[in-house]
Design a binder for this molecule. Structure first.
Ligand SMILES: C[S@@+](CC[C@H](N)C(=O)[O-])C[C@H]1O[C@@H](n2cnc3c(N)ncnc32)[C@H](O)[C@@H]1O
Length: 282
């Protein structure tokens, strides 16, 4: 699990811990391999290689990811008035969402849960409050912070099914407790929804869901394959499909090519990108 956590926390970033303006100096140590790897790390942490050449990171930040800006009309799909209306209502309501009761659930909970705007948790809870769904699907349980957040505003009779490939009690520092599953509102299923067979077995959950929150691996494989299966599944009722991290490099094409009414809510969601769209329905 540690290996996964470290791989996940490294994400797809080319460079991290940027300190603009610092010289790319290094201390000469014994051994060429040490020197080479130090040099590479030191260099990569401070630059991006882009079409205009090698550039220093222009802002001071402890964490950054590569992304791209481009004119919106070049992306497939466009927004719709009711999606904009929902986005506005959810954003307005997000600042009133109080998640302090979850702060002691994890060491990092306090830092992330009530960071609005900047993280997606208050917006997530607000969207669930606005839509009052009877069923929610989440892809990517991880420590359970987003599931616990959505449960805060989910109706007493509603259900949330969260998927992961790692069981919640195998995640180091999980915010979840066995008691969270006691009343059956929350359920975790283990499996890969990009696998056609597992998808088919779980299709009823997706079809019953009014909200589908996709916060999986962003590995360039899962999301395109899952979306393909989702779009091929006819559905009578409309669902809100929400994606985390749409501005990460690996997610740029996924978001750009999504042929659905969609809206980028990044300024009020996760700093790495939050997008909402309508899936199915008349
Ligand atoms: C970014 S984390 C989820 C964070 C969580 N939604 C939150 O906001 O608190 C991504 C999770 O996706 C899981 N994952 C990786 N591949 C997956 C797959 N194929 N299906 C479902 N989950 C997957 C990882 O194990 C990890 O726990």
């Amino acid at each position: 699990m540690k290996a996964f956590a470290s791989e996940y926390s490294q994400g797809v970033s080319l460079a991290r811990q940027a300190r603009p303006g610092r010289k790319t100096g290094f201390i000469i140590r014994r051994g060429m391999s040490n020197l080479r790897s130090m040099l590479a790390r030191s260099f990569l942490r401070r630059i991006v290689i882009w079409k205009f050449g090698v550039r220093r990171i222009p802002v001071s930040t402890a964490h950054f990811e590569l992304s791209l800006i481009y004119p919106l009309e070049e992306a497939a799909g466009s927004s719709s008035p009711d999606l904009i209306d929902l986005g506005l209502r959810a954003v307005r309501g997000a600042s009133d969402i109080d998640l302090r009761h979850l702060h002691d659930r994890s060491a990092t909970g306090r830092q992330y849960l009530s960071n609005f705007p900047g993280e997606h948790y208050q917006l997530l809870a607000s969207l669930v409050k606005c839509l009052n769904p009877s069923r929610v699907t989440e892809i990517g349980t991880y420590t359970g912070l987003s599931a616990l957040t959505m449960l805060t505003t989910l109706g007493a009779q509603a259900r949330l099914t969260t998927y992961d490939v790692v069981p919640w009690d195998k995640i180091e520092g999980s915010a979840l407790r066995s008691s969270d599953f006691a009343d059956k509102r929350l359920e975790q299923r283990i499996g890969d929804l990009a696998d056609p067979q597992f998808y088919k077995q779980n299709q009823d959950v997706l079809l019953e869901s009014d909200v589908i929150f996709v916060d999986g691996p962003k590995d360039g494989r899962f999301e395109p394959a899952f979306i393909d299966l989702l779009l091929k599944t006819p559905r009578k009722t409309r669902a809100l499909l929400m994606f985390d991290d749409i501005r990460l490099w690996n997610m740029l094409r996924v978001w750009a090519e999504l042929p659905l009414p969609k809206l980028d809510l990044t300024s009020f969601g996760h700093w790495s990108g939050t997008g909402i769209c309508w899936l199915g329905g008349e």
